[in-house]
Write a protein that binds this ligand. Structure first.
Ligand SMILES: [Zn+2]
Ligand SMILES: [Zn+2]
Length: 74
C-alpha cells in the first residue's frame, strides 16, 4: 500500500458563505446575513414625525403615533 502523503486540500469544497462585516458571524444564506446585520446597524426605517422615536416595523410606528394622538389636548 503506497501512500504519497497527498491530501486533497485543493479539492475541499468550499461553500460560498456570507460573512458579517461587524463580527465573525457567517451564513450560507444571504437573507440571514441581511437580517443579522440589522442587529448591528439598528436599522429603523420608520420614524415618528412628532418625536425622535424610530421603529423597525411599520405597525409599531403606527401604534406609537397613536400614543401621541391620545395625549393631544384641544
Ligand atoms: Zn455580525
Ligand atoms: Zn413619537
Amino acid at each position: 500500500m503506497e501512500s504519497r502523503g497527498e491530501k486533497s486540500v485543493a479539492g475541499v469544497k468550499t461553500f460560498k458563505t456570507h460573512q458579517c462585516q461587524y463580527c465573525s458571524y457567517s451564513t450560507y444564506f444571504h437573507y440571514l446575513l441581511v437580517r443579522h446585520t440589522r442587529t448591528h446597524t439598528g436599522e429603523r426605517p420608520y420614524s415618528c414625525p412628532h418625536c425622535p422615536y424610530r421603529s423597525s416595523r411599520k405597525d409599531y410606528l403606527k401604534h406609537h403615533i397613536n400614543t401621541h394622538a391620545s395625549v393631544t389636548t384641544e
